[in-house]
Design a protein around this ligand. Structure first.
Ligand code: S3P
Length: 446
C-alpha cells in the first residue's frame, strides 16, 4: 500500500449548470461485470465500464487469478474468463484499495475455492467491518483470520466443496447478499438468500444475463414473512455475453442536486440508470419540490435507464421514510446538502449503516456541513437539518473528507451553493468512483 497524498481543493460558486452531460458507468454494475465475465468461458464484451480506482482493484484481482482483461481500440473492455471454479490461487495479497464492494464480493466468490487468499486495503477500508460476510461464508466452510476479528488485512482459506446454506440477511446489504450468491456459484447444491428488505439487485439481473438460473421467490415458510428469496443451484456454468453499463445514478445525484441548488440551472444528465432499487434519491428530491423529469425512458443492459432533466427549484424540507434508505444508501451525503439549502427542517432516521461506509457518513457530514454554516443536529441514527431556505451557506473549510469520495463530492456541491466557497482537505478519493468529476463540474457550470 503506498502512502496517500492529500490534495486540497476549493469549490467556489459558479454559474448555472446547463447543457447535456454524461456521468461514468455504474460502479456496482462495473464490479459485477468484470467478476462475472472472468467466470464465463470465452470472451465477454463490456461497454461503458467505470474506469475508477475501485473497479481497477477488481480488474487487477481478477487478472491475478487468471482472467484476461483488456481495453480495445473502441474503448470496450474484453474479458476472457476461466470458468466457474477455474480461478487460480493469487500469488500475492489482493490489494483492494478503498473498495468495500471488491472486498466483500470477492471474499464471497473465493470462499468456495480450495485455496488461500489475503485481502488488504487503505485506512478507510481497513476500518470497515467484515463480520457481515465472514459469518455466512464461515457457515459455508471457509475460514478467516482477520485483524481484530473482522477487519482487513484478512487471510481466507476457501472451502472446496463448500456447503450450501440458507441465509437470512441480518442487515439490508447487497454486498452481503452478493457475497453468498457468488460463493454459491461453485458450491454443489442449493444456496438460498432470504432478503427481508430489498437491496440493489444487479447481481441477480446480471447472473441471469450470464446464463445462471437464479430462482426468485417469496419466503412463505411458517416463520417467513413473504421476504424475497434468491436461490442458486450450483455448481453453475456461465456463458459469456455482451454488456452495456448504464450511467451511475449515485454519480448523477451530485449533478442533480447541484442543478437544483444553483439558480438558473437547466441540465440534462444523459443515460442514468434508474433501477428501482437505486433511484430513491430522485424520489426524495422530487418530494422536496425538485424538478427532475425522466426523458427517453429505455432499457440498457437489462437495467431501466432515462435522461434526467433537472431544473433549479426551491426545495422544502421533508421527513425521509427510513424504508427508502436501501434504495439511496450512498446518496445521503448529497441529500444532506440539498436539505441544508431547503426551506424548513429535514429529518432522517434509521441510517445506522451510514456509520460503516467509506467513513462514518453521519459524523463526517454533520461536521463538514456545520463548519460551512449549515444547521445540523447529529442523532444516533440520522441527521436533522434546518435548511437556509435558499440562502447560500457561508462556506469555509478545509473540511475533513476522511478518504470518502462521496463526502468530497457532496461538499463540492455545497461549495457551489455558498458565499465564500468550500474547501475540502482531499479531492484524491473522488477518483475511486468518478474520475473526471472536477472537469465535468467545470464544464456544466460555466
Ligand atoms: C454496493 C452496495 C452498497 C453500497 C455500495 C455498493 C454494491 O453497500 O453502499 O457502495 O455494489 O453491492 P451495502 O450493500 O453494504 O449497503
Amino acid at each position: 500500500m503506498s502512502a496517500h497524498r492529500f490534495s486540497t481543493h476549493r469549490f467556489v460558486p459558479q454559474g448555472p449548470l446547463t447543457g447535456r452531460i454524461r456521468v461514468p458507468g455504474d460502479k456496482s454494475i462495473s464490479h459485477r461485470a468484470l467478476m462475472f465475465a472472468s467466470l464465463a468461458i470465452g470472451e465477454t464484451l463490456i461497454d461503458g465500464l467505470l474506469e475508477g480506482e475501485d473497479v481497477h482493484a477488481t480488474a487487477r484481482a481478477m487478472q491475478q487469478m487468471g482472467a484476461r482483461i483488456e481495453k480495445d481500440e473502441a474503448g470496450r473492455w474484453r474479458v476472457h474468463g476461466v470458468g466457474v471454479g477455474g480461478l487460480l490461487e493469487p500469488a500475492v495479497p489482493l490489494e483492494m484499495g478503498n473498495s468495500g464492494t471488491s472486498t466483500r464480493l470477492l471474499m464471497g466468490l473465493l470462499a468456495s475455492h480450495g485455496f488461500q487468499a489475503s485481502f488488504t486495503g487503505d485506512a478507510s477500508l481497513s476500518a470497515r467491518p467484515m463480520a457481515r460476510v465472514i459469518a455466512p461464508l464461515s457457515q459455508m466452510g471457509a475460514s478467516f483470520t482477520a485483524r481484530g476479528g473482522d477487519r482487513l488485512p484478512i487471510l481466507m482459506e476457501g472451502a472446496h466443496p463448500a456447503v450450501p446454506i440458507t441465509y437470512r440477511l441480518p442487515v439490508a446489504s447487497a454486498q452481503v447478499k452478493s457475497a453468498v450468491l457468488l460463493a454459491a456459484l461453485n458450491t454443489p447444491g442449493i444456496t438460498t438468500v432470504i432478503e427481508p428488505v430489498p437491496t440493489r439487485d444487479h447481481t441477480e439481473r446480471m447472473l441471469s444475463a450470464f446464463g445462471v438460473d437464479v430462482t426468485i421467490g417469496e419466503d412463505n415458510t411458517e416463520d417467513g414473512d413473504g421476504a424475497r428469496t434468491i436461490a442458486i443451484h450450483g455448481p453453475c456454468d456461465m456463458t459469456p455475453c455482451t454488456l452495456t453499463v448504464p450511467g451511475d445514478p449515485s454519480s448523477a445525484a451530485f449533478f442533480a442536486v447541484a442543478a437544483l441548488l444553483v439558480p438558473g440551472s437547466d441540465l440534462v444528465i444523459e443515460n442514468v440508470g434508474l433501477n428501482p432499487t437505486r433511484d430513491g434519491i430522485f424520489r426524495v428530491l422530487r418530494a422536496m419540490g425538485g424538478s427532475i423529469e425522466e426523458l427517453e425512458c429505455r432499457e440498457v443492459g437489462g437495467e431501466p435507464v432515462a435522461d434526467l432533466r433537472v431544473r433549479h427549484s426551491a426545495l422544502k424540507g421533508v421527513e425521509v421514510d427510513s424504508a427508502i434508505a436501501p434504495s439511496m444508501i450512498d446518496e445521503f451525503p448529497v441529500l444532506f446538502v440539498a436539505a441544508a439549502l431547503a426551506e424548513g427542517r429535514t429529518v432522517t432516521s434509521g441510517l445506522e449503516e451510514l456509520r460503516v461506509k467509506e467513513s462514518d457518513r453521519l459524523a463526517t457530514m454533520a461536521a463538514a456541513l456545520s463548519a460551512v454554516g449549515a444547521g445540523v443536529e447529529e442523532r444516533a441514527d440520522g441527521l436533522v437539518i434546518e435548511g437556509s431556505a435558499g440562502r447560500p451557506l457561508a462556506g469555509g473549510g478545509p473540511v475533513a473528507t476522511r478518504l470518502d469520495h462521496r463526502i468530497a463530492m457532496s461538499m463540492a456541491v455545497a461549495g457551489l451553493a455558498s458565499t465564500d466557497g468550500v474547501a475540502i482537505d482531499d479531492a484524491a478519493p473522488i477518483a475511486t468512483s468518478f474520475p473526471g468529476f472536477l472537469k465535468l463540474l467545470a464544464r456544466a457550470a460555466q
